[in-house]
Design a protein around this ligand. Structure first.
Ligand code: SAM
Length: 167
């Protein structure tokens, strides 16, 4: 069984339309009460919208089966600081491992908390996870073709994937 969580009404409606065979709940990870245990949990560009990241890891740990995996993709710490395209970006430092980035796009303001991989790995470790893999995500050819301004970031990781296992 696959289950998706989505707190935004617009994204919830569109996810259900795109993947009618998957069950979706209109709620945030913080509010989810897990009645079942999962083999794998994925969160792609989601933990950067969560303020209490330690709690998010603890919840993932308790919602996984033993040896279950958590895969997160999060923004690259350096890339998100850089000025890019015509976006207006406002950076507010928190400490040396995290800052908030407000990006104003056509669709409106997007607020992210950008964290180092070290912070994510430490936080996941405190929840009981062991790191299995760390992968840099570079812009692909088709991504650059769609948005040619990304060509100058060809060599720059834009995001990073972390794969953890429940010990
Ligand atoms: C940048 S989008 C990524 C969407 C999708 N995972 C992808 O990669 O295309 C971030 C998504 O996380 C959702 N989100 C934000 N805060 C969340 C939370 N606390 N729990 C679960 N989802 C959240 C947003 O509504 C949005 O759909």
């Amino acid at each position: 069984m696959a289950l998706g969580l989505e707190p935004s009404r617009k994204n919830f409606v569109s996810a259900k339309k795109k993947s009618p065979k998957i069950k979706f709940l209109h709620q945030a990870w913080e509010n989810y009460k897990s009645p079942i245990f999962f083999d794998v949990i994925t969160a792609v560009m989601v933990f950067n919208h969560i303020s209490e990241v330690g709690q998010a890891f603890k919840k993932a740990y308790s919602a996984l089966k033993k040896q279950g995996e958590l895969i997160i993709v999060s923004p690259d710490f350096e890339y998100f600081k850089r000025s890019r395209h015509y976006y207006k970006i406002k950076i507010i430092p928190i400490d040396r491992n995290q800052y908030t980035a407000g990006t104003i796009r056509d669709s409106g303001l997007i607020a992210d908390i950008i964290r180092t991989q070290a912070l994510y790995i430490k936080s996941a470790g405190s929840a009981g996870f062991k790191i299995l893999e760390e992968v840099e995500i570079l812009p692909t050819g088709s991504f650059i073709k769609k948005s040619p301004w990304r060509a100058k970031f060809r060599e720059q990781p834009v995001a990073r994937l972390l794969r953890f296992i429940k010990k």
